[in-house]
Write a protein that binds this ligand. Sequence first.
Ligand SMILES: NC(=O)c1ccc[n+]([C@@H]2O[C@H](COP(=O)([O-])OP(=O)(O)OC[C@H]3O[C@@H](n4cnc5c(N)ncnc54)[C@H](OP(=O)(O)O)[C@@H]3O)[C@@H](O)[C@H]2O)c1
Length: 263
Amino acid sequence: MPDQEQDQRVAVVTGATSGIGLAVARLLATRNHKVFIGARDADNVAATVKELTAEGLEVDGAPLDVRSDESVQAWIRSAVDRFGAVDVVVNNAGRSGGGVTADIDAELWQDVIDTNLNSVFRVTKAALNTGGLRAKSRGRIINIASTAGKQGVVLGAPYSASKHGVVGFTKALGNELAPTGITVNAVCPGYVETPMAQRVRQGYAAAYDATEEQILEKFRAKIPLGRYSTPEEVAGLVGYLASDVAASITSQALNVCGGLGNF
Ligand SMILES: NC(=O)c1ccc[n+]([C@@H]2O[C@H](COP(=O)([O-])OP(=O)(O)OC[C@H]3O[C@@H](n4cnc5c(N)ncnc54)[C@H](OP(=O)(O)O)[C@@H]3O)[C@@H](O)[C@H]2O)c1
């Protein structure tokens, strides 16, 4: 039966006020999901809810900091109060961060790992328990990792480590939950044009004493497709993984990267 003929499903998307998360929220909402979004900036959450609602989509949200157990619990509770038990979790919130490893402050290391990796455990556990997903016979957990979760990125040790962790978590939990009908997969973008991508180029420009345009050209040259992916292209795979026909895809880490990663 096509998804459109099913009852609406409830999806929660972290970091959905920008870039990939925003594209994911919009796509899932157009595909028969009620979508609850979160990010730290409350004004951006309200503006995004307003924008998507104005497009005729069923979207609500609340402020969220994925680094805080308390915030995550309250956010999942709000999602259930608003839309009902959770069917689909998209762990998207994340941050860049790195530098010369010997010079990296412990605080930066901890924050990258907390934001990108511990958050995935935190939100997933809350969705399974408080969100009611654990009791369901069909569910989807989709973690936005990175091609940096499969290969080392120079000057990106904390980021790369955090995303390798997300891939490992995905594979372990996918195998654990396989008999339940809940699939767990990672989507691994390569270079995607978002505000984060701009910040990353600024960081490398400073590190290599180059212009942002030079860094952009250097990165583009590495991508067989010759360009960055779009947030919508990443969201497309998330939408597929959330659909019924993706029921046998679990414990996978799938790239959307213009050929950047061959693994
Ligand atoms: N862009 C790329 O090239 C690329 C490549 C591979 C993987 N990725 C991954 O894709 C995901 C999305 O990246 P993006 O490029 O779309 O980034 P983005 O444009 O910077 O958006 C990040 C989103 O996450 C939210 N966020 C950040 N920290 C948070 C926190 N502690 N708690 C809750 N929300 C938080 C941000 O809102 P607030 O700041 O208001 O919290 C924003 O909504 C990330 O996991 C990233 O690592 C991106």
